[in-house]
Design a protein around this ligand. Structure first.
Ligand code: SAH
Length: 264
């Protein structure tokens, strides 16, 4: 396809704002925010990062706050294209990393089709922040060969991951699960994973990772959904499942019942 040539003076940068703690922003992200004339802010971005914006910058919230529906993706993309063509320095701030379940790929593609090159600045994804806040080394070589970043929520019309198949692979190959958007499907995820992993497999839920409001619970796979309900944990939440949590369980020596269930 012929891409139209448009002389540009503006710029567009997709910036990962990290998991929440504003100190986890990269230096590159800070520079991009400071240069921006228009900043489009997603839902899970901590407002505190906007302290780096210049006083005259236009800040537009495009997430679904307070139960309102979010700004349609096509509208956001049109806004970005128009602003760049008018010479603005546009920053699109996204929670975590723009390319980890952040729809960054779609935006880069659509702006590319409009002749606009997008720079992407990585952010620390919430799955990493959640694991380290628990003290869980995701790839501890005694327990794991690798890690699966996976969604617990299919896109409309899409299919859910095959949890049973994944569990069998994870069991055989020692993989850690880091599950995004898993709250509403937790019961289904638990049931699927239990067909390939022992019920005693350690599991953890971390809500608001890296923020002062962080809450977490350590449990076993067979108690995942019950723990979520009992502890009243909700979105945004990361679910970690795997033996890399055993060290965390050992350290939590005030929970002998949990250690017994995990058979540590
Ligand atoms: N691009 C983001 C993910 C966006 S998808 C990233 O890299 O982190 C939205 C999901 O991310 C949420 O449903 C939740 O599972 C997770 N999430 C985002 N921020 C979080 C946080 N501070 N604590 C726990 N989970 C978080």
């Amino acid at each position: 396809m012929q891409v139209p040539h448009i002389p540009l003076t503006g710029s567009c940068t997709l910036v990962g704002a990290g998991p929440g703690d504003p100190e986890l922003l990269t230096l590159k992200a800070v520079k991009a925010i400071a240069r921006a004339t228009l900043i489009l802010v997603d839902d899970l971005v901590n407002e505190a990062v906007l302290v780096h914006a210049q006083p005259g910058a236009r800040i537009v919230h495009v997430g679904k706050r307070g139960g309102c529906s979010s700004t349609p993706q096509s509208f956001i993309e049109k806004l970005m294209i128009t602003a760049v063509r008018e010479g603005e320095h546009v920053v699109r701030l996204k929670g975590g990393d723009p390319y980890v379940f952040g729809r960054g790929g779609e935006e880069v593609q659509h702006l590319g089709e409009a002749g606009i090159r997008v720079e992407v600045v990585n952010g620390i994804t919430s799955g990493l922040a959640a694991a380290s806040s628990l003290g869980a080394p995701l790839t501890h070589r005694d327990h794991a060969h690798g890690v699966l970043f996976i969604t617990g929520h299919a896109k409309p019309g899409g299919r859910m991951p095959d949890w049973a198949a994944l569990a069998a692979t994870a069991h055989a190959e020692q993989l850690t699960f880091v599950i995004y958007m898993g709250v509403s499907g937790a019961q289904q995820i638990e049931a699927g994973l239990l067909s390939g992993l022992p019920g005693s497999t350690p599991a953890a839920l971390v809500q608001h990772a890296s923020l002062p409001t962080q809450r977490q619970a350590l449990t076993t796979l067979d108690q995942l959904h019950a723990t979520l309900v009992r502890e009243e944990l909700g979105s945004p939440c990361i679910i970690v499942v795997g033996d890399v949590l055993r060290g965390v369980a050992c350290a939590a020596n005030n929970v002998p019942e949990l250690a017994r269930r995990m058979a540590v």
